[in-house]
Design a protein around this ligand. Structure first.
Ligand code: 13P
Length: 251
């Protein structure tokens, strides 16, 4: 059966020393408790190797926030999936709305990145989600379906089974506006049905679908109580142990 996962996305926050300190503090907090979900932190690239060396990676999974759309070569400033994997990281966020909006990432680019991540044994945390206008005009089902089908639906069922999906409505990211538990359940159920239509019920039932967008200690429990919400991808609240732990403990 699918896993419950709470993943932090640090985005472009924390210098190296601050990042290592946060990871160590989280490691200590988790070591003292019984936790009922998998915990992952996705950090800036430079943090990956030292964080993996510092923490217990059986307790906390580590991931990058992106990877390149090429295997290697003359792509100045880029970091490949194989480089990410060589740090000890096991995950990579792909298709975050900030990457789509500010760096022009398309479903076609993301298809390439997903293939490279899988080839290097990384678990993609693949983000989908609509902007406010698409929520308001009711096209959000089609938007999310297109994001999934154009980037992922040429994968084999075996490869698709390795992917974690994160539904992140753009209007809820960093805004303090959260999808209501009913709104989250509606679209998560739709995502699972879309996966079932393509890959069958067993693959769909085994896919973890996380919610992201202003998820915090006060709304996590209600969101995670939905049958199709299998955890969260957390931005701001993942930057402090005091705000991240209660979300983890919502399971
Ligand atoms: P916030 O939790 O800060 O809204 O960010 C969500 C997000 O973008 C996680 O990837």
């Amino acid at each position: 059966m699918r896993k419950n996962i709470v993943a932090g996305n640090w985005k472009m926050n924390k210098n190296l020393q601050e990042g290592i300190a946060l990871a160590e503090e989280l490691n200590e907090a988790l070591a003292e408790k019984t936790i009922n979900c998998d915990v992952v932190i996705c950090t800036p690239y430079i943090h990956l190797a030292p964080v993996c060396a510092t923490i217990d990676t059986d307790l906390i999974g580590v991931g990058a926030e992106n990877c390149a759309d090429h295997e290697s070569g003359a792509f100045t400033g880029e970091i490949s999936a194989s480089m990410v994997a060589s740090t000890g990281a096991q995950y990579v966020i792909l298709g975050h709305s900030e990457r789509r909006a500010y760096y022009g990432e398309t479903n076609a680019t993301l298809k390439t990145k997903t293939g490279l991540a899988l080839k290097n044994n990384l678990t993609p945390i693949f983000c989908v989600g609509e902007v406010l206008a698409e929520r308001e005009n009711g096209t959000y089902f089609d938007i999310v379906k297109t994001q999934l089908s154009e980037a992922l639906f040429e994968l084999s069922a075996e490869d698709f089974s390795k992917i974690v999906i994160a539904y992140e409505p753009v209007w809820a990211i960093g805004t303090g506006k959260t999808a209501s538990p009913a709104q989250a359940q509606e679209i998560h159920e739709f995502i699972r049905k879309t996966i079932a239509d393509k890959y069958g019920k067993e693959v769909a039932d085994n896919t973890s679908i996380l919610y992201g967008g202003s998820c915090n200690a006060s709304n996590a429990k209600e969101l995670f109580a939905n049958p199709d919400v299998d955890g969260g991808l957390i931005g701001g609240a993942a930057l402090k142990v005091e705000t991240f732990m209660p979300i983890i403990e919502a399971f």
